[in-house]
Design a protein around this ligand. Sequence first.
Ligand code: CP
Length: 303
Amino acid sequence: MKLQHVVESQQFTVPLLMELFGRTRQMEKIAARGGTNDYHNRIMATLFYQPSTRTRFSFEAAMYRLGGRVLSTEQAGFFSSEVEGEQLEDTIRILGGYSDVIVIRHTQAGGAKRAAQVSKVPVINAGDGNGGQHPTQALLDLYTISRERPIEGLSIAFIGELDRGRTVRSLAYLLSKFERVKIYFVSPPEMQMKADILEHLEEHDVWFALEQDTAKVLREVDVVYQTRIRPERLTDRGSHGRYTINASVLQTMKRDALILHPLPRTVEIDKSVDEDPRALYFRQATNGLYVRMALLTMLWDEQ
Ligand code: CP
């Protein structure tokens, strides 16, 4: 079995990614014709301890497009027996008796791994903690980029609160599997990428640089991966504009650059950017549906 659970990006090899992306293209076609009933006997449980719009709805939509059914709680901390003190491990054992896959978003880094360790059905990490991982977001990010250009030789700037950026962490792990990738981490010093990711990149001979100057980097890169900036976390509160993409910043970027954002956004991408053909973040979110359909079928077909 190639995949039993999906808890972190490091699990994916390049051949496995290519298999997933091939399936994802098929899922785009299946979704366009309304879906399939091939997985009508499958049930997915979504167990979210933190808010979500894209991840939960796209997983649930994926399940419906595959013909299956969904058990869901979006505020698991309040609407599950954890209110009564039940431990995560027991909740997972119980849900494994009712469903064929558990999709979990947990408050703590490592929460999904804890769940996987006791689960008899596949567990998918839908984001865990600050500074944990969000592997399925990274898969859809990489898929979105791969639809536009080769990953090998790619230059990418990650911008924002990188210390807490689980999507960036997961995507950095995936990118480290490809040749000649260049990564710029652009962030206020107090929010820079953590040492464990930088050490991983060094070990895998991936070129990277830590930057504070967005203007210097944006004119160089193929992909701008913007993430959240909360002004209240900045030492210099007024400096968030340095990390914002707006109409004037667009003019400094490559004409064929791609702008991604895992969303939700606040101040860091101005709405005037949305109509620019380089802005891919809404298509990126839609791709999440197809990637998650493909991932679910891979988990089940290879059991
Ligand atoms: N990108 C992402 O994880 O969005 P949600 O928090 O809305 O799921």
